[in-house]
Design a protein around this ligand. Structure first.
Ligand code: GLU
Length: 298
C-alpha cells in the first residue's frame, strides 16, 4: 500500500492563512518523508457551493501540489456503512435518542468526564427502545470499551485523551466525522496525519476506532494554529485573511507564502526550496499570531 500524507479541508468557505499554513506543513511533512500527498474534501457537513473550487485554486496558487484526483466524502457512503456494519456485527454500537440539550444536562452532572457522552442510551430495554424509536430518529454511537486512549504525536509526544461513546452516524443519517476520517485515512493508505492542534483532543477517539476496525493508526503531527491578536483562532472576521482579500490589499500570493514560511522558520521562495530546509524538530510549538501588514506602497 502507498504511504501518504494529506490535507482534508471542509469546504465551508475560502481557506484563510491559518488553513494554508497547515496545508503547507502537511505538504512539507509528506514530501520530506517521500510520501504521496492526497487531497480529500470533507463535504459531509458544512459544504458551501463553490467553496471547493476556491479552496483548490488557492492551494494551487500557494504552491501545494497533490497526487491523483480529489476525493470527496459524499461519494464514499458505502465505505462508511461497511465499517459501521462491522462494528454493529461485533456488538460495538447502540442507538441513541438524546437531544443536544439532554446530553448537556446529563454531562454536567458531577463526576462526568469532560466532554464525554454520559451513556444515557447505552442499555435501553427493548420496550424503551421501541418507544423511543416511535418518537425520534436515532443516532448510532460506538459502545466504547475504554474511557481513554493514548496516541503518539510527532510534536506533542504521548497524548492521552477521553474516549467516550461517540457518534458514528448522526440522527439525520449523515456519517460522523470521527468515523469518516478513520475509514478514509486507512482506505487511502494515509499513514501520516498533519493537521491543526484543535483536533488533538479528538485523536484518541479516532485512533481507538481504527484499532477496533483493525486499521493501522497513522503517525500524527498536530501543528499549532494561527490566531488573531486576542489569541483566538483566526477567522474570516479578522480582516484580510484569504488570498483574495490579501491580493486586494496589495499582498501577492508569493508574499503570503513567504510570510507563512517565515512563521515556521523556513526561508521564503517556492515550497520545493523550503523542503530542503524543513526539519519538523525545529517547528515552533506556539500558536502564530497573524498580523496584517499592508504592502509597502511604491
Ligand atoms: N476537515 C477538517 C477541518 O477542516 C480536518 C480534518 C482532519 O484533518 O482530520 O477542520
Amino acid at each position: 500500500m502507498t504511504s501518504a500524507g494529506r490535507f482534508a479541508p471542509s469546504p465551508s468557505g475560502e481557506l484563510h492563512v491559518g488553513n494554508l499554513r497547515t496545508a503547507i506543513l502537511a505538504w512539507l511533512f509528506a514530501r520530506s518523508t517521500g510520501r504521496k500527498f492526497l487531497l480529500r474534501v470533507e463535504d459531509l457537513d458544512r459544504a458551501r457551493a463553490g467553496a471547493e473550487t476556491e479552496q483548490l485554486r488557492d492551494l494551487a496558487a500557494i504552491g501545494v501540489t497533490w497526487d491523483g484526483g480529489v476525493v470527496r466524502q459524499t461519494a464514499r457512503g458505502p465505505l462508511y456503512e461497511e465499517a459501521i456494519a462491522r462494528l454493529e456485527q461485533s456488538g460495538l454500537t447502540y442507538e441513541c435518542f438524546c437531544t443536544r440539550r439532554e446530553i448537556q444536562e446529563a454531562a454536567s452532572a458531577p463526576h462526568a468526564p469532560q466532554g464525554a457522552y454520559p451513556g444515557t442510551c447505552r442499555n435501553l430495554g427493548r420496550a424503551e427502545l421501541e418507544f423511543k424509536r416511535s418518537i425520534r430518529p436515532s443516532a448510532l454511537r460506538l459502545r466504547a470499551g475504554v474511557a481513554e486512549f493514548t496516541v503518539q504525536d510527532v510534536l506533542h509526544g504521548e497524548f492521552t485523551g477521553v474516549v467516550d461513546d461517540f457518534v458514528l452516524r448522526r440522527n439525520d443519517g449523515v456519517t460522523a466525522y470521527n468515523l469518516a476520517v478513520v475509514v478514509d485515512d486507512a482506505e487511502q493508505g494515509i499513514d501520516q496525519v498533519v493537521r491543526g492542534d484543535d483536533l488533538l483532543p479528538s485523536t484518541p477517539r479516532q485512533a481507538y476506532l481504527a484499532s477496533l476496525l483493525n486499521m493501522p493508526i497513522p503517525e500524527y503531527a498536530h501543528v499549532p494554529l494561527v490566531v488573531n491578536h486576542d489569541g483566538a483562532r483566526l477567522a474570516k472576521r479578522d480582516g484580510a485573511v484569504t488570498l483574495r482579500d490579501l491580493a486586494k490589499a496589495g499582498i501577492p500570493v508569493e508574499e503570503v507564502r513567504s510570510r507563512l514560511l517565515a512563521s515556521v522558520a523556513l526561508p521564503g521562495g517556492s515550497l520545493e526550496q523550503a523542503l530542503a530546509a524543513f526539519d519538523p524538530r525545529r517547528l515552533p510549538r506556539e500558536p502564530w499570531v497573524w498580523t496584517f501588514k499592508a504592502a509597502s506602497t511604491p
